[in-house]
Design a protein around this ligand. Structure first.
Ligand code: SF4
Ligand code: SF4
Ligand code: SF4
Length: 420
């Protein structure tokens, strides 16, 4: 994407520094750890080395190190580093998460500001036509089928017409404040496609190897074991924004002010998941939010019939969004991908927004090793893609998109629920 109109990205060092400077936590630690967390996902750094590299500094800053790191079995630890396991143990004994030592005493050092949000580095992944995640539904590049449930999506860009209905539905269902667009639809023009406007709906990718979970010092950002959802425990989050700067996809929205929808108007059923953790609906002030793949639906709190559905999918009348269990070959995202590959590669005429698309599939920035659980059908944006006005203005459907304003001003936006 071009630089002048691009939204700030998870890879934008200057923006990340500014963003972390607006908290009272260690900016350098957040920047360095965010970069290295991405290297871990990319296979360039081991989880153990990552843990060791930052453990002492994290404990010094946060009095705890509760990152979601895949540490080696103690029995397999390096015999030459006897003190390492002791250090881990003592660090984790540090704080009782229910005590006054937890979130509120450590946090709220005045985190403020906002920014715009976006997606950078897109178009860098290899076009994965006929490769990668096979119709069987594996999320990994090899198409491995896993056990249990793994929620994910197939989004067919050939069908999307940029109507923004998915964004509106998401914002309403999750009581999001203006500017917090957990679902975001990019409109862009790309080289080789003339003046055609293309669209790319973007949620959290619910990465299987997510940098954001590796950097959260207090364990608020975590992967739900039962179904792979990447969630934020609002009771634990201290608003350090480290997850935000580690995410290559720019999907995190920091709720720095009072949410537009007060707590009294949000039903507990939509906030507390089946483990009893506060991970659903909009976050409270000072806490990070992002797409949850409608965790309350998946837990049956909106009725059995809503399990395996999302608000954006339900709102899309163009058959672009397909949600379901990627481990189930018969799930909607896998079925749609199979149908597309099996019968329609050569007959794109029935796709309303085809624009000469090829029958390619891709995951965003797949080469980063994050293993996204969102797959796309259609043309991947090239590095030369430029964001343009879409056919429907955000303001016309009650939404706010302040990304360009923030870029131009190079400073904080001011409304509650701003994105960053
Ligand atoms: S896309 Fe979502 S799961 Fe992946 S790194 Fe970003 S916030 Fe984490
Ligand atoms: S979830 Fe909260 S505590 Fe964890 S890294 Fe993100 S902002 Fe910091
Ligand atoms: S509702 Fe469907 S067609 Fe409309 S912008 Fe969202 S994904 Fe595209």
């Amino acid at each position: 994407m071009s630089t002048d109109e691009s939204p700030p990205s998870g890879d934008d060092e200057e923006r990340n520094r500014r963003l972390l400077d607006e908290t009272e936590y260690d900016t350098e630690l957040g920047l360095e750890m965010g970069r290295d967390a991405q290297r871990v996902s990319a296979g360039e750094l081991s989880e153990l080395e990552f843990y060791r590299r930052y453990h002492d500094r994290i404990v010094e800053e946060f009095d705890i190190d509760d990152r979601e790191i895949d540490l080696p079995d103690p029995d397999e630890a390096d015999p030459d580093d006897v003190g390492f396991l002791d250090r881990i143990g003592s660090a984790l004994e540090g704080i009782d998460p229910d005590s006054d030592e937890s979130r509120r005493s450590v946090m709220k050092k005045g985190a403020a500001a906002a920014g715009a949000m976006g997606l950078a580095g897109w178009g860098t992944a290899q076009n994965a036509a006929g490769q990668g995640d096979g119709g069987g539904g594996g999320a990994g590049a090899g198409g491995d089928e896993g056990e249990g449930t793994r929620w994910g999506m197939t989004i067919n860009l050939n069908n999307c017409d940029g109507c923004l209905a998915c964004m509106v539905a998401c914002n309403q269902e999750h009581n999001l404040s203006r500017g917090a667009n957990w679902m975001y639809v990019f409109a862009f023009e790309d080289e080789g496609q003339g003046d055609e406007t293309n669209f790319l709906p973007r949620t959290c990718q619910h990465c299987t190897d997510s940098p954001c979970t590796k950097v959260c010092p207090v364990g608020a950002r975590h992967t739900r074991e039962e179904d792979g959802l990447v969630l934020t425990d609002y009771d634990i989050c201290i608003g350090c924004r480290y997850c935000e700067v580690s995410c290559p996809y720019g999907v995190n929205y920091f709720q720095w002010g009072e949410p537009d929808v007060p707590e009294s108007e949000v039903d507990d059923d939509h906030q507390i998941d089946d483990r009893g953790r506060w991970v659903g609906s909009r976050p409270p002030e000072g806490v990070m939010g992002k797409c949850t793949f409608c965790v309350d639906r998946q837990d049956g709190q909106m009725g059995e019939e809503k399990i395996g559905t999302t608000a954006c999918e339900e709102a899309c009348t163009m058959d672009a969004v397909h949600f379901g269990d990627l481990n189930d070959p018969e799930s909607p995202p896998n079925q749609h991908l199979n149908e597309y590959r099996d019968g329609q590669e050569n007959d794109l005429s029935e796709y309303p927004n085809r624009k000469g698309h090829t029958a390619s599939t891709f995951k965003l920035m797949e080469e980063r090793g994050t293993e996204p659980n969102v797959r796309f059908i259609g043309n991947e944006p090239s590095p030369h893609a430029e964001q343009v006005e879409g056919p429907v203005a955000y303001e016309d459907v009650g939404l706010t998109d302040n990304r360009k304003e923030v870029l131009d001003e190079g400073a904080s936006a001011t409304q509650g629920g701003e994105s960053a």
